[in-house]
Design a protein around this ligand. Structure first.
Ligand code: NAI
Length: 697
């Protein structure tokens, strides 16, 4: 129904009621408007209080109707705010919990605002590539001052009500209410019921003593910080208009900027990522109300690189963890690494010492399976060898309590096979973390053939609790992310054979926006890891062509940063990649043995060949059902592989380029005698979408 109406004596209360966060959807807007008009018509009512039911005043626009005609239908948000502002009876907004975006803009249209402590107040539109579009850039500076308001608008982060209420001279919050919010709001409304004229935020002055210099400085800063995103600098423009123009003229400026930003590729990419993140947690055949298993205690098998990082995630979330190893020394080493990581955070002031102690107190270690039998979730992170995994999972099957979830962090092995080592394959699932596991956002949840739906639902919930972006992947070699990166790496190798240097390839793709090019990445992760995988993989697929340069590099012992030499040279103790003459010579010699005459390859070609390698493999992954939607693939690349956020991920990027153009480029590459024609055979799904004039998303 959208909003509720009630009268308490001489005060009317209009309550936004649109769970979960009282998004300002059409029904809610209609409900609020109806409530306000009803209050006007009631002679006994002297003032109106507006508040929100449940867990928010309002979280802003209703994202379910985002971009649809409904979002613009009257009364739209601007009309609703106008209605508040023109009310002949005072309107008091009673804020609590969450007051963001359109919710804050609505509150700024009211004559007064009271708030509970702890209310999160923000204009977060910049985070999806926009500026506030219903007067936020015009009214917030009038109540908080230009600089405070602009900082909030450019940053988009929430600030607590008590902090804002404590700012000298602020007019945003008229009273903080410690006890019952509605009682306090009604009492306040009665106090102000007869005060006239009614003050409107739009009528307040908006000034800055040094406007020109200040806005120039703010604009430069916003541009420098947000290099690839246009919205932050546009926030500055909109607030500058608030200072320099009449209110109604400046509102037009705000609207024009808002509409122009809406059409930019960066805004589309950010919105795509915003919705992609939410969509990733929804699994098509697992209903949202699937009951989940309680997870109060976690066990981790293996205290190595991954086991330690995985454990930290749970300790950070307040969940007790027991790590199991075969040797006491391995446990000691693992715990020492965890300590070292936390101590570094304490040193940097990112973690309080008592928090650190609390987290460590949740950690225990053992050499005996009996000690972990009661864990609700166990995550295996032992050596990547099927025999070792088999021994571990047989043990787990023997000791773990019924209903415990048995997860493997394997990056390349068959999760179905791992599940088959147990008598309870329905309880087995892949939880593929990325290194460093305590930092990287991505978690691939690998769904085995027999994985139970409630196990999946539980693991998705666990992921949320430990603040990961979880994406479900079916079982295949490499899952979503690494299966795609394999093609990207193969293509990077072909580029070397044809005339590029590692540095040239890295530079081109880093300019495109990747955090790190393929060769710097290899040096960081360790080139020996890929070497080991290739030895296994390419024995199984002897016809698959790839450049042998990476093998030659490893034969020289150049494993990367850890050996002080890889695709690049490294000074002792340093991580700066310095181009290596030895490697360039090795590549040249290899090129000669292949009889390839080097040619100059443009940055554009490098980027297209690398990114479209990802896209073509992704199309196969989609068609096979390994990923259930294109946006899941984008989330994997945005959160786990350093794909530039402002391009929205490989699928979003391909769509923006136009799949017809993508396919045309691929046809051109297929004709290159030194590339691999079969490599560029368009995936059937891609060919079909091109033929139908459609896109991935
Ligand atoms: P690691 O070699 O650093 O750690 C493995 C640990 O397991 C060692 O401490 C070892 O003592 C212990 N271990 C071996 N056999 C055991 C057993 N039977 N019982 C108990 N503990 C045992 O290896 P890392 O890098 O942590 O990898 C672990 C798993 O995570 C592998 O499956 C790997 O494929 C996967 N993975 C690794 C990533 C990485 O970047 N290193 C990324 C994602 C997954």
């Amino acid at each position: 129904m959208g909003a509720r109406y009630e009268v308490r004596g001489d005060v009317a209360i209009v309550t936004l009621d649109n769970p979960p966060v009282n998004g300002l959807g059409l029904e809610t807007r209609q409900g609020v408007a109806a409530g306000v008009e009803q209050a006007w018509a009631d002679a006994a009512v002297k003032a109106i209080v507006i508040t929100g039911a449940g867990k928010a005043f309002s979280g802003g626009a209703d994202i379910r109707e985002f971009g649809s005609p409904k979002s613009l239908a009257e009364p739209n948000l601007l009309s609703l705010i106008k209605l508040m502002e023109s009310s002949p009876k005072p309107v008091v907004a009673a804020l609590h919990t969450v007051c963001m975006g359109g919710g804050l803009e609505l509150a700024l249209g009211c004559h007064y605002r009271v708030a509970s402590p702890g209310t999160n107040i923000a204009l977060p539109e910049v985070k999806i590539g926009l500026i506030p579009g219903a007067g936020g850039t015009q009214r917030l500076p009038r109540v908080l001052g230009v600089e405070t308001a602009l900082n909030m608008i450019v940053g988009g982060d929430p600030v607590k009500s008590e902090v804002l209420a404590g700012l000298p001279g602020q007019l945003l919050i008229d009273r903080m209410i410690d006890g019952d919010l509605l009682d306090g709001a009604c009492a306040f409304a009665r106090e102000v019921a007869d005060i006239r004229p009614l003050k409107r935020v739009r009528d307040l002055p908006c000034q800055h003593p040094n406007a020109d210099a200040y806005f120039q400085f703010a604009r430069n800063t916003a541009k420098a910080v947000a290099r690839n995103f246009p919205a932050p600098a546009k926030c500055v423009d909109a607030v500058e208009a608030a200072v320099k123009r009449k209110f109604d003229d400046a509102m037009v400026v705000e609207r024009e900027i808002f509409l122009a930003l809406m059409l930019t590729p960066e805004c589309k990419a950010l919105r795509h990522a915003f919705f992609g993140e939410r969509a990733a947690s929804k699994i098509p055949d697992v209903p949202e109300d699937t009951p989940v298993r309680p997870i109060a205690r976690v066990a981790v098998i293996g205290a190595g690189t991954m086991g330690g990082g995985i454990s930290m995630n749970f300790l950070n979330a307040g969940v007790p963890v027991t790590i199991l190893e075969t040797q006491q020394e391995a446990l000691d080493r693992g715990v020492a690494t965890i300590r070292k990581n936390y101590e570094a955070q304490v040193k940097k002031g990112k973690l309080k010492d008592d928090k650190y102690q609390q987290r460590m107190a949740l950690l225990s270690t053992t050499l005996s399976y009996a000690d972990i039998a009661q864990a609700d979730l166990v995550i295996e992170a032992v050596f990547e060898e099927i025999g070792v995994k088999e021994a571990v999972f047989k043990q787990l099957d023997a000791v773990m309590k019924p209903g415990a979830i048995l997860a493997s962090n394997t990056s390349t092995l068959d999760v179905n096979r791992i599940a088959s080592f147990t008598q309870r394959p329905q309880d087995v699932v892949g939880m593929h973390f990325f290194s460093p596991a305590n930092v990287m956002k991505l978690l691939e949840v690998v769904r085995g053939e027999k994985t139970a739906k409630d196990v999946l639902a539980t693991v998705m919930g666990v992921a949320k609790k430990i603040r990961k972006t979880a994406v479900v992947s079916g079982v295949c070699d490499g899952f979503i992310g690494n299966r795609m990166i394999e093609q990207y790496s193969r293509q990077a190798g072909f580029l070397l054979e044809e005339g590029c240097t590692p540095a040239q390839v890295d530079r081109a793709i880093e300019k495109f926006g990747f955090a790190m090019g393929p060769f710097r990445m290899g040096d960081l992760a360790g080139n020996d890891i890929g070497w080991a995988i290739r030895k296994r993989r390419y024995v199984e697929k002897p016809d698959l062509r790839y450049s042998k340069t990476a093998d030659l590099l490893c034969e020289m012992g150049r494993f990367g940063q850890k050996t002080g030499a890889g695709w690049y040279d490294y000074a002792p103790g340093k991580r700066d990649a310095m181009p290596s003459d030895v490697v360039v010579k090795m590549v040249e010699e290899h090129r000669n043995t292949l009889g390839i005459k080097p040619r100059k390859i443009s940055d554009e070609e490098i980027v297209q060949r690398l990114v479209y390698s990802l896209v073509n493999e992704a199309a196969k992954i989609l068609e096979e059902g390994i990923a259930s939607k294109a946006s899941d693939i984008d989330m994997v690349y945005l959160t786990g592989y350093g794909f530039p956020l402002w391009r929205g991920g490989p699928m979003c990027y391909a769509d923006q380029q136009g799949l017809f153009n993508v396919a045309q480029s691929m046809k051109r590459f297929a004709q290159n005698p030194h590339d691999d024609a079969s490599f560029w055979q368009p995936a059937p799904l891609l060919a079909r979408l091109v033929a139908e004039g459609k896109s991935f998303t």
